[in-house]
Write a protein that binds this ligand. Sequence first.
Ligand code: C2E
Ligand code: CA
Ligand code: CA
Ligand code: CA
Length: 278
Amino acid sequence: AKKGGGSVAAYDSARDDASTDQLTLLAELREALAVDDQLVLALQPAVDLATGAPTGVEALVRWAHPRRGLLTPAEFIRPVEHSEQLGAFTRYILDKALAVAAGWARDGLDVPISVNVSARSLLDPRLPAEIGEALRRHQVPPRRLVLEITETVVMSELEVIDEVLGALRAMGVQIAVDDFGTGFSSLTFLTRVPVDELKVDRSFVIRMADSPEAAAIVRTTVGLAHELGLRVVAEGVETAEQRLALAELGCTAAQGYHFFKPMPADKISTVLGSLLDS
Ligand code: C2E
Ligand code: CA
Ligand code: CA
Ligand code: CA
C-alpha cells in the first residue's frame, strides 16, 4: 500500500489482495489434492534420550508448489484450516502418512507415525470411520498411528471432539497433545480428553537454560506425564546442553535438529533401520 492519501482505502485494498491470494492458494490446493506429487511429507524421528532408539516419527507437510516453490505449513495451513477443503486435506495427509508407515511395517520397522491434525477436522463425526478404513486399507495397526492435536484451538468445541477422540482411542489410535503448556487451559484439557502423550513446546526447551520458570514448566510437565502414565516428548532440541538438561529433568524422549532434521520419505527407512540396529 502507498503512503499518504486515503489510509483506509489503502488498508482495504491490501486486505482484498490478501484474500484474493488466499482464494488463489485454495484453488491451487484443490489441484494439489488431485495429484500425487505436490503435497509431500518431511519426516522427523523422536528418540529415546537414554538409548537413542526411535520412539516415533512425526510427519510434517510441505507443498512442492509448481510455481511458488517449496512452501512450509506456515505459508498455507491457516487458510486451509478455515476452508471447506480441510477434510480432504486431512484425509490426504493421513493417507500419505499411513502409506509410509505401511512401508516400514514391510521392512520390519515397528515405529509409530505421528500426524498433525487440525482441531477443526476433529469436528467431523465421520473422521473415526474414515481413519479406520484407511488403517485397514494400508494394513497398519491402529496403535502405530498417533494424532497430534493442539489444545488451544480445541477447548471451545470440546464436547464434539471429545466424542471423536474417544472413538479413535477406542479403535486403538493414540492421541498426543502438541505444544503442551502453551494453551491457556492445558490442565483442564487433560481432565476432559483421553491422551497418550504430551509434547513439551519448543519455546520452553529454548528458554530452559536461563529461565527458572521455563525449566520448572518442563520439569512439572514431565512429572505430570509420569504420574498420569503418559509419554512425554520434548520438541525443538537443538543443542547437547538442552539434551542433558532434559535428561536431568527426567524427560525420556526428544525431537529436534540436534538429533535429526525433518527428512524425505526415501531417507527415513535407512535412518530408522540403523537406529534400531545400533
Ligand atoms: P509442530 O507440530 O509444533 O512441529 C514442529 C515444527 O518445528 C516443525 O515445523 C519442525 O520442522 C520444526 N522443528 C523440528 N525440530 C526443530 C528444531 O530443533 N528447531 C527448530 N527451530 N524447529 C524445529 P514445520 O514443519 O514448519 O511445521 C510447523 C507447524 O505446522 C507444525 O508445528 C504443525 O503445527 C503444523 N503442521 C505441520 N504439518 C502439518 C500437517 O500435515 N497438518 C496440519 N494440520 N498441520 C501441520
Ligand atoms: Ca506436531
Ligand atoms: Ca509441536
Ligand atoms: Ca511447537
